[in-house]
Write a new protein. Structure first.
Length: 396
């Protein structure tokens, strides 16, 4: 582990670390003080001055969200929309595609359950064929098979960067090259990746990307964003419009705005928007490459120690593995492990089949324990986690 990372500062600015061991960052991270302060300050201003009036006072910070997110992803601010969560951001883009019978969507085995439901709905309504690209021997999407599936019927490549139920990191840069070469739009679900990995939409080659605030960006719940490449924006008509997304220019005419804000709606969680902008700037102040390096190192440490426990099986797949560490324990139900950890002030979660149904069904898995680390976690916390688990494994 590198000694260059300022773990003292990270924990000092994360007051929750005084009370708990938080290994549920893939669910929702602990907000750092600068982010929670920004959230509280805005809500306090609304309490004192009113909602509309506070928005006017904070207009520079509200607009600054777009610049911060653009900096995070290496894009233009007019390619960014503020959305209340990653799933709705994904929906606003996905449902803007006008599919026809016989069109194909190529997706990964790692797709999130909500995305699968959307695919099935479009298949039912429009006769779309959904093809889940098989994995290679390492458990990541097989890019050779993906390339061989490309033909004129394919209208969208839609991929989960990191699944909700495992540490797999799909090879998105290779996927991006295939999509770009074929001229097919590439929709990337980066919900678990943003804030954990260094993301560059130009390097990846995706045309659409959705992210959330509450996970590795360490922002508040109810916040998220959508990136749509400039060359695609005007080709996609959002499934929902209001007077923010479009202008009503006569009793019988409207004009949709030309930037990514066409995917937004007027009423927003303004305090969350300011706090999410702050969370993004906070992440950038640490440096995403440094964040990724520390998270990966902690996760590798945790996987290694889990693998040494008799009866424990780490279930993460892929050549590259991230800060989400999943496992099964012989004769110990995942929910029992979660409850035991909670009794020791250790937060973990359980990933059930619904969120990762395609992948879990293929691997004959019902549920796994998900322990997801962040840069403010420590090796000592990992040792405590392992000690509790080893004690549990010795019980009948």
């Amino acid at each position: 582990m590198s000694n260059n990372f300022d773990i003292r500062r990270a924990r000092k600015e994360t007051i929750g670390t005084n009370n708990i061991i938080h290994f549920n960052n893939a669910g929702s991270s602990l907000m750092p003080l600068p982010v929670s302060q920004a959230l509280h300050d805005y809500l306090h201003a609304e309490e004192q001055f009113g909602g509309y009036e506070t928005a006017d006072k904070y207009i520079s910070l509200l607009n600054g969200f777009y610049d911060s997110t653009a900096k995070l992803l290496n894009c233009s601010s007019n390619e960014i929309a503020y959305i209340e969560n990653a799933t709705r951001a994904w929906d606003m883009a996905f449902y803007a595609f006008k599919f026809q019978p016989g069109d194909r969507i190529l997706a990964s085995m790692a797709e999130y359950g909500s995305s699968v439901i959307a695919y099935l709905q479009q298949a039912k309504n429009f006769g779309v064929d959904v093809i889940y690209v098989p994995n290679d021997e390492q458990g990541q999407l097989d890019t050779k098979i993906l390339a061989n599936l490309i033909d004129k019927r394919v209208k969208l490549i839609s991929i989960a960067h990191i699944p909700t139920g495992g540490g797999l990191v799909n090879p998105v840069m290779e996927i991006g090259k295939i999509a770009k070469g074929a001229g097919i739009p590439f929709l990337l679900d980066a919900c678990q990746a943003v804030g954990q990995l260094h993301l560059d939409v130009e390097a990846i080659g995706c045309d659409i990307l959705c992210g959330t605030g509450r996970k590795y960006l360490r922002g508040p719940r109810g916040t998220g964003f959508l990136y749509v490449r400039n060359t695609l924006i005007e080709k996609l008509e959002p499934p929902l419009l209001d007077q923010h997304a479009a202008d009503l220019i006569s009793p019988t005419e409207y004009r949709i705005r030309q930037d990514a804000k066409r995917f937004e709606n007027w009423e927003q969680f303004c305090a969350g928007k300011v706090a999410l902008g702050k969370a993004i700037e906070y992440s950038l102040s640490w440096g995403l490459p440094a964040i990724q390096k520390r998270i990966y190192s902690l996760a590798d440490n945790l996987r290694g120690k889990l693998s040494s426990i008799v009866g424990v099986t780490v279930t993460d797949e892929g050549v590259e593995q991230c800060g989400i560490v999943t496992f099964l324990a012989k004769n110990k139900d995942p929910f029992t492990i979660q409850a035991t950890m909670a009794s020791h002030q250790i937060n973990v979660s359980v990933s059930k089949g619904a969120g990762s149904l395609i992948s879990f069904s293929d691997r004959n898995i019902d549920a796994v324990v998900r322990s997801s680390v962040h840069y403010y976690n420590t090796e000592e916390e990992i040792d405590c986690f392992i000690e509790v688990l080893e004690s549990l494994m010795k019980t009948n």
